[in-house]
Design a protein around this ligand. Structure first.
Ligand code: ZN
Length: 353
């Protein structure tokens, strides 16, 4: 939906959120409405129309395939109640600085740190959409080291290392910052820096970098390249560290966010997904309607492929004692309460009549 309305399509406040999503059935109906706003469409054959089965699943009237609302989404085969999931998504979206796995575990009384950690990683995995707009106009690009340790799944601290990270930030005139992008880099060679620029910056943009040779050749890729030499700045009596003020501002905000919200406990294997979360928050920092972000997160969630626990931990380096599956630690209790009306449904009936 292009223009979802507060109070109808997403909650305006925590109170409204709690009134809307009292039971897992409420949550499931909301996800169904988000996934199939015009009614059931078969994910197998694309046929529109089918039957609701007694167990809550749908049967396609075209191919007779059976599916559920959560099948093929990040909630696929989840053992965590949907009330807990949606509350986690609400906290993730509406808290300006985000939420750590530890505080999610405490807030929702999720059974284990591991379960909370995996939930947040699933939500984080939604935040990159292929084909999203690249940065345009005037864009500062630089690379810096970010990251450190991650609290280990088994309670200890996993050794992490700092990761070379590319940063691109739109610069507005006369002053101010636009959107940003961040991604880990293999190294600072042209073979790593050029793809970072082409992935994140629209051709034709004015790209501002320091004098590093790895940025040579950007003109051939269709950019206007503005190289600022540290040596020349020093000769003018200027601080060479201030050559690219926008990227340095964003880098320090990102480092402070990792230390503040996540206590710096971010391993190099997962840094990319934390950077995605930071970029998501930074690019929506002026959004006054946090409930809208909740709507966007769930909209991405129902359109997303399932994320298996194994996929999340697969990027970690092997351990002597592999972490057990989440169910070994028990499930969080559901947050169900008595059912309420469903504003998203009544609004649809009203507008179609
Ligand atoms: Zn079908």
């Amino acid at each position: 939906m292009d223009h979802p309305r507060a109070g109808t399509h997403y909650p305006r406040s925590l109170g409204e959120f709690q009134a809307w999503f009292r039971t897992d059935a409420d949550c499931l109906d909301y996800l169904e409405w988000l996934r199939w706003p015009a009614g059931f469409a078969c994910p197998g054959c694309g046929h529109k129309g089918g039957w609701r089965l007694g167990d809550g699943r749908f049967m396609c009237s075209g191919c007779s395939g059976r599916t559920s609302v959560t099948a093929g989404t990040i909630f696929d085969r989840t053992r965590t109640p949907l009330t807990v999931w949606l509350t986690a998504c609400w906290l993730f979206a509406t808290s300006k600085a985000g939420i750590s796995a530890l505080s999610l575990k405490r807030t929702l009384e999720v059974g284990s740190y591991q379960t909370a950690w995996a939930m947040l990683h699933r939500v984080r995995s939604l935040l990159v959409r292929p084909g999203r707009d690249r940065l345009a106009g005037m864009v500062e690009v630089d690379e810096t080291y970010i990251g450190g340790e991650e609290r280990g799944l088994l309670g200890g601290r996993a050794r992490g290392k700092k990761v070379l990270t590319g940063i691109a930030v739109e610069v507005r005139e006369p002053k101010g910052l636009g959107r940003c992008r961040m991604a880990p880099l293999a190294d600072a060679a042209a073979a790593s820096l050029h793809p970072f620029v082409t992935d994140h910056v629209e051709p034709g943009a004015r790209v501002i970098t320091d004098g590093w040779q790895g940025y040579r050749g950007l003109e051939k890729l269709g950019y206007v390249h503005d190289r600022r030499s540290q040596r020349a700045a020093r000769a003018r009596g200027e601080d060479p560290a201030e050559l690219l003020p926008a990227v340095h501002r964003v880098a320090s905000l990102a480092k402070r966010w990792l230390l503040g919200t996540h206590q710096g406990s971010v391993g190099d294997a997962h840094l990319a997904s934390y950077l995605n979360e930071f970029v998501f928050r930074f690019n929506r920092r002026r959004s006054r309607n946090r409930g809208m972000l909740f709507y966007r997160v769930l909209e991405l969630a129902v359109a997303h492929d399932p994320v298996r626990y194994q996929d999340i931990i697969a990027s970690q380096r092997p351990r002597a004692v592999p972490p057990g599956p989440p169910q070994a630690h028990g499930h969080p209790p559901s947050l169900e309460r008595p059912p309420a009306n469903r504003p998203w449904r009544t609004a649809d009936l009203g507008s179609s009549g």
